[in-house]
Design a protein around this ligand. Sequence first.
Ligand code: COA
Ligand code: ZN
Length: 304
Amino acid sequence: MTRKIEVIEVGTRDGFQSVNCSTIPTDLKLHIIDELVGAGIKHLEYTSFVSPKAIPQLADAAEVTNYVLERYPELDVFALVPNMRGASSAYELGLKKVVYVVSLSKSHNKANINRTHEESLNGYKEIKKAYSDMNIILDLATAFGCPFEGKYQDPRQVVSFLKDYIDAGLKTCCLCDTIGIADPMQIKSLVRALNQSYPGLELMVHFHDTRGLGMVNTLTAIDMGIDRVQSALGGLGGCPFAPGASGNLSTEDLVWMLNEMGYDTGISFSRLLQTAKAQEIQIKGQYSGHQIHIKSGVAKQTEC
Ligand code: COA
Ligand code: ZN
């Protein structure tokens, strides 16, 4: 049987938070979500419930959530929350799946969400206690390296960091390469170590393309047995609190490769590419992410 890969689109969250303008029209976001779903995307991390002062681009999280929950009740949708306030806002709107973010790097955790590791762990426990029916994924930011502290070579650092979260009931962790510093050998040793220490822990991955390794790193994770991979339409994104971070792996590139390799993504490459091009036109000049870089020959070939 063909192996299924869940491609999780994070563009309207991770991509749009880096768009260089304070607001993106909500209608445009909803239109892009519609187009993504039309192309076959079934898994969406579509916004964040964060301070509008920190990320003004996502200040319409409630509106977008209402739309998504009403229009696509069957889809796997979730939003990022940095704290109890964000989790409460999501829960009150009926969203029962969120991503709670913490950085392996102490300094990045402070820069990103203004918390110590201890405060972050307590925050996670608090949310779990308050909303026991909420599915909380842990986004482990800077899992492979940090803009302030450099690269983490020893997988035991991640294993020991996650222990408290596992003890508190963690079921799913997304390993995020916030600054695109990971390499395939590092991924293999980390995934192996985590599988060995926490066989029940489900892993997802989120790679950035800073050094052009987003694709090879994602494929390495897939080869290691990980079925859930994240990417952003048009390769938008990067962390606004990680100096030098560049775009995410682009969804259209990833889907093209996976479909060509015979994996079952359930996503139409040509529709996705159309949406990526339309998005680029709509917000051109307002973001610093990479340009759509699929060669037109390849696109034409697949479109016809
Ligand atoms: N949603 C909306 N507003 C929030 C909020 C949330 N989840 N959490 C805090 N706020 C508001 C507070 O009400 C306060 O508003 P005020 O200044 O009008 O009184 C302000 O944000 C600061 O709150 P405080 O609790 O002191 O938090 P902080 O200054 O330590 O900031 C964060 C912490 C996490 C709320 C903020 O840094 C943030 O939202 N960062 C975004 C992180 C992010 O998304 N990074 C990229 C993705 S990994
Ligand atoms: Zn990202």
